[in-house]
Write a protein that binds this ligand. Structure first.
Ligand SMILES: *[C@@H]1O[C@H](CO)[C@@H](O)[C@H](O)[C@H]1NC(C)=O
Ligand SMILES: *[C@@H]1O[C@H](CO)[C@@H](O)[C@H](O)[C@H]1NC(C)=O
Ligand SMILES: *[C@@H]1O[C@H](CO)[C@@H](O)[C@H](O)[C@H]1NC(C)=O
Ligand SMILES: *[C@@H]1O[C@H](CO)[C@@H](O)[C@H](O)[C@H]1NC(C)=O
Ligand SMILES: *[C@@H]1O[C@H](CO)[C@@H](O)[C@H](O)[C@H]1NC(C)=O
Ligand SMILES: *[C@@H]1O[C@H](CO)[C@@H](O)[C@H](O)[C@H]1NC(C)=O
Ligand SMILES: *[C@@H]1O[C@H](CO)[C@@H](O)[C@H](O)[C@H]1NC(C)=O
Length: 674
């Protein structure tokens, strides 16, 4: 039987090949990933060119790629061969969506599992989540290439390499640079420059030293590592571990690519063959780098283009005129050209108008070069005074990164006006959901989640960033809803515009009537406590579905806080709930929100909780102190200060009011309505 013996022969050969592969499973090399059998999840995919794309420029995504077969790190071997060494070499590139604004970076990882479905993206890099970050049970080693400074993980800057053992707080890290032996010095590298680079990770088990080295793609491996850190990995790694990559984007995104990868657990990893690596996709057109365009287009076309641009520029010069001063060059990376914004918003057409608020009109737009959707806020600003400080502040606000903040992308200045460019939020502002007759209304599930979102954004501004940022205008119309109805706080720090000279009376209280803490009228000074007050009013707003001030209402109903307080005192707090919810809510959550709202909107600043406590109450990690009956307000856990007991004593006999008429009192309990 010729045919069957041939088949047998073939099978034997195949199984032989299989065996030889299996023997080599602890080492591999990919010069491009065409046909590679990797385990991919999330946004990760292998492009037809063989490029491994961990994330594209979609926001808030993560992607993982693993070598399918676990690497056996033989720890049982013996004392003579301690934990084996390993070595890896990879070529990667990070291409930000907008120049200098990036997603979070990528990491080479060694992990006991390929399942990272519970991990979150953003600053967690798709590696951990808030509850398992730092746990020794993770058994994860990551070499992070991090492009964002996250103070919560003690990051050193927004361009570093770090060694992470079970935690995003790196055991060691360094700004990205490589040692050039020809020049005898370190040369710094920007991860975000979009060019391919190489990373080498070498572990010397007997000496318990982990070396990490980075260099531009076409350079030989530098002979001095960037990091050479003592780490005893035998303590962390298990016998069978997967090796691969993790990457994540946040409110702003980057393409994260891996071009090639070699790995070896029994010797130094082979060098990649640079010429075989897949090319990166053509660079996005950016105004900073016209040279890319020039290379691609024939000269005639360029001349023509320049002529057209020149002609258009000449004609439109006035139309697109901007104000740009000497001191501003430092902020060029965050500057948008007026022309781009003009084109993006179709000439600030009424049709593109998203809304008009206290600070100006907001337009929807699509950036011509990158198709990124944006929201442009146009603020008229006549004064020149204080501009320098304000622009500096915009630059620092742009560095605020949190999944529940509307990301500020940059600015532009013209005569008499200032334009701020933000991430576009497809679902618009929350007040439209709360106060319109739109059906179905925003469910309690979403409302409660949005409350937590906004609380976590405020906590970040107050406590988690490098400096305290006051919002000063927390309210439902400043909360925007993104594509999946999560809440994002917008307009942070904008109130400062008034401090920088626009308004000569700098004592002017910024904020919105109904959300202003009583002490603001006396001191005029905004504090984290005044933000908490406004957040309290916002919580009540979400529960009651009414505006904080209702000037058409009965006198005693004008202030929502007083009105809710009245019901609470009568033990009927659940009567204030938004009828549009039609009774579908969790009673415990609703009660928590109403009572916590009242606590936050307490007239005495000292009685208000801090945002960290608010977060703990909302998460249910700490239970809200049981509020005592009637007059003895909030005294169960907060020791009453003198002020507080004054407050309590000035309303001695409240219980009588309920029976007569719940709302008969014209005595304002909380003096919010000024
Ligand atoms: C990213 O990839 C996903 C699917 O893999 C796709 O839906 C999305 O449109 C892509 N985003 C961009 C910005 O290309
Ligand atoms: C681990 O090391 C021991 C002792 O050297 C050896 O007997 C065993 O075969 C090794 N296991 C693997 C999976 O290499
Ligand atoms: C975090 O991840 C761990 C393990 O992957 C999972 O068990 C846990 O439920 C996650 N926690 C949260 C808050 O998502
Ligand atoms: C180069 O960087 C390494 C690692 O950060 C550092 O130890 C070394 O001192 C630097 N060398 C020079 C010449 O600056
Ligand atoms: C790590 O770096 C040190 C310092 O340059 C060097 O002596 C050592 O040989 C390196 N080890 C490995 C495994 O590359
Ligand atoms: C792994 O190391 C061994 C021993 O130095 C070497 O022969 C082999 O080519 C290496 N393999 C890879 C894929 O780097
Ligand atoms: C990005 O920022 C760096 C340093 O902050 C600066 O040197 C560089 O010019 C900026 N690049 C672009 C394209 O804006």
């Amino acid at each position: 039987m010729g045919a069957s013996s041939r088949a047998f022969f073939l099978l034997t050969i195949l199984s032989l090949i299989h065996v030889s592969l299996a023997q080599d499973q602890n080492q591999f090399i990919y010069n491009g990933f065409q046909g590679a059998n990797l385990h991919l999840d999330g946004a990760a995919k292998i492009l037809p060119s063989g490029l491994l794309e961990l994330t594209n420029t979609s926001k808030q995504i993560k992607g993982h790629a693993f070598y399918q077969i676990p690497i056996s790190f033989n720890r049982s071997s013996s004392i003579s061969i301690p934990f084996p060494s390993f070595s890896t070499n990879l070529a990667f590139a990070i291409v930000p969506e907008l120049p200098n604004l990036s997603g979070h970076g990528l990491a080479f990882i060694i992990s006991p599992t390929m399942d990272f479905s519970q991990a979150v993206g953003g600053q967690y890099l798709g590696l951990f989540n808030i509850s398992n970050n730092g746990l020794p049970t993770n058994h994860v080693l990551a070499i992070e290439l991090d492009t964002i400074l996250n103070p919560e993980f003690a990051d050193i800057n927004n361009n570093h390499v770090g060694i992470d053992v079970n935690s995003l707080k790196s055991v060691d890290s360094a700004p990205v640079s490589y040692f050039s032996s020809e020049e005898g010095k370190n040369i710094s590298l920007r991860l975000l420059n979009g060019d391919p680079m190489q990373l080498w990770v070498d572990y010397d088990a007997p000496r318990e030293v982990l070396n990490v080295t980075v260099a531009p793609l076409r350079r030989l491996k530098p002979n001095r590592p960037l990091l050479s850190t003592p780490v005893d990995l035998s303590q962390f790694l298990l016998e069978n571990m997967y090796v691969g990559f993790s990457s994540a984007t946040g409110p702003v995104a980057s393409d994260h690519y891996v071009l090639g990868w070699s790995f070896n657990s029994s010797g130094p990893a082979q060098n990649l063959e640079i010429s075989k690596l897949p090319p990166l996709p053509p660079k996005r057109k950016t105004s900073q780098k016209p040279s890319n365009v020039i290379i691609i287009l024939p000269i005639a076309a360029i001349v023509f283009l320049i002529m057209v641009i020149g002609a258009v520029y000449f004609v439109r010069r006035k139309k697109y005129a901007e104000v740009r001063e000497e001191w501003e060059t430092e902020y060029d990376p965050q500057r948008f050209s007026y022309k781009d914004l003009y084109i993006a918003t179709k000439g600030f057409k009424e049709k593109e108008l998203l809304g008009a608020g206290g600070f100006g009109k907001v337009y929807k737009g699509t950036l011509p070069a990158s198709d990124v959707q944006i929201a442009v806020k146009r603020i008229s600003h006549d004064s020149h005074q204080g501009m320098k400080e304000f622009v500096a502040e915009i630059a620092s606000m742009r560095r605020l990164r949190h999944r529940n903040l509307v990301q500020l992308l940059g600015y532009c200045r013209r005569k008499g006006e200032l334009l701020l460019v933000y991430d576009y939020m497809p679902n618009g502002s929350l007040d439209k959901f709360l106060f319109s007759n739109r059906t179905p209304t925003l469910s309690w599930f979403h409302r409660f989640r949005v409350l937590k979102d906004v609380a976590s954004a405020l906590l970040y501004l107050h406590e988690e960033w490098e400096q305290v940022v006051l919002h000063r205008d927390v309210k439902s119309s400043n909360v925007l809803l993104d594509a999946d109805l999560s809440g994002r706080l917008g307009d942070f720090g904008l109130a400062r515009l008034y401090d920088h000279g626009t308004n000569p009376q700098t004592t002017r209280v910024v904020g919105t009537v109904g959300y202003l803490a009583p002490e603001l009228s006396k001191t005029g000074r905004a504090t984290t406590d005044t933000d908490v007050f406004a957040f309290g009013v916002f919580m009540l707003e979400m529960a009651c579905g009414r505006r904080p001030m209702d000037l058409q209402g009965l006198p005693e109903e004008v202030s929502m806080v007083d009105w809710v307080m009245g019901y609470w005192r009568c033990g009927a707090i659940l009567d204030v709930i938004d009828p549009k919810l039609e009774g579908t809510y969790l009673v415990e959550e609703m009660e928590l929100v109403l009572k916590l709202g009242l606590l936050c909107a307490h007239p005495m600043p000292a009685m208000r909780p801090k945002m960290r406590q608010v977060m703990q109450y909302l998460d249910g990690h700490v239970s809200l102190p049981e509020i005592q009956d009637g007059g003895t307000v909030f005294t169960s856990t907060f020791a009453p200060s003198n002020g507080a007991s004054d407050f309590v004593m000035s309303f001695p006999s409240l219980s009588g009011k309920c029976s007569a008429n719940l709302l008969s009192s014209n005595e304002s309990i909380f003096h919010t309505g000024r």
